[in-house]
Write a protein that binds this ligand. Structure first.
Ligand code: RIB
Ligand code: CA
Length: 310
């Protein structure tokens, strides 16, 4: 039986590839897609999700979520994803409208009417999830797990100590991390290892269908920012794809449970996911932290999923 999931995203190049991987799998059933402001404004991330689905001739319920964080001004990432949020590939305008429900209403509808507990896969700032849990705690009993892309045990990519998704909305992340729902955190420790090398991008391009061509073009653009010598990457890191890949095959990853808390007040460390790696606090080990992956298996999973598209 396919696992029911909701993907909450801010497309964004890696979000788009994560969606493409998820939609190809018969192991998961994408019950709905919700969008959040992050990589770009809320209208742009919604439009990008609709455009990717339209390009692939796939129709899913897509609901718009928060256009700004719970308490803070929005930070976007045009320098990474471009003005549209999905610069590079030529994509059609949406072939269908967004849901009449907003993201919270759609998530409640799916979660409360599912016979099986639902897995949430947030790949952007956690604003929608934080709002959902704050306003409707009754959903917690029917959530299997939250498998998110965000945070890091070591360092940050938007400040020296904070990863972008958590930094954009640390208050929302704090709600999620304190929710007592099982949370698996695919942070930079693993996602920076999930790089796609140049020959692998060409392997993807050579698959030669619409989906693989789109992924190759997304990787081409995503690589521009990440080939900055400051990063010493050999290819763009597929942050969000790790979260979906973990749901599809957790055995591909190396994880350990630790206490993780969100810093929401620090001057230099606001937005940090403080991972108690050596258990110095003795506090509850509330988060399953992902540290490593079998990168070749990860690339093969992506390629095999793309081969399923026409
Ligand atoms: O820090 C990486 C995360 O920020 C990814 O989810 C990327 O899409 C951006 O949202
Ligand atoms: Ca994202």
């Amino acid at each position: 039986m396919a696992k029911p999931v909701i993907i909450d995203c801010d497309p964004g190049h890696d979000d788009a590839i994560a969606l493409i991987l998820a939609l190809a799998s018969d192991k998961i059933d994408v019950k709905g897609i919700t969008t959040v402001a992050g990589n770009q404004t809320g209208d742009k991330t919604l439009n990008n999700a609709l455009r990717v689905l339209s390009y692939l001739d796939i129709k899913k319920e897509v609901a718009q979520g928060a256009v700004k964080p719970l308490m803070r001004d929005l930070i976007t990432a045009a320098e990474v994803h471009g003005e549209s949020g999905l610069e590079g590939p030529e994509l059609p305008q949406p072939a269908f409208e967004k849901s009449e429900k907003n993201a919270i209403e759609l998530m409640i509808d799916i979660i409360m009417n599912s016979d099986e507990k639902v897995t949430l896969i947030p790949t952007g700032p956690l604003t929608n999830i934080g709002h959902l849990l704050l306003a409707h705690p009754e959903v917690k009993d029917n959530i299997e797990e939250i498998v998110l892309m965000g945070g890091a045990c070591l360092g940050g990519n938007w400040t020296p100590s904070a990863e972008f998704n958590i930094l954009v909305d640390p208050e929302a992340a704090d709600i999620v991390y304190k929710s007592s729902i099982p949370v698996t955190m695919c942070g930079l420790d693993v996602t920076h290892k999930a790089q796609v090398f140049k020959d692998e991008t060409e392997r993807i391009r050579s698959i030669g269908n619409k989906a693989s061509t789109l992924v190759a073009e997304l990787l081409d653009y995503f690589g521009i920012f990440h080939m900055n010598p400051n990063f010493s990457f050999d290819g763009p890191p597929l942050h969000d794809v790790c979260a979906v890949a973990y749901v599809l095959d957790p055995n591909m990853f190396v994880c350990k449970k630790h206490n993780v808390e969100i810093d929401i007040t620090g001057e230099l460390t606001c937005g940090a996911t403080v991972v108690d790696y050596y258990d110095t606090s003795g506090k509850d080990k509330n988060i399953n932290v992902v540290f490593d992956l079998d990168r070749e298996k990860f690339i093969n999973m992506l390629c095999e999923s793309l081969e399923k598209y026409n």
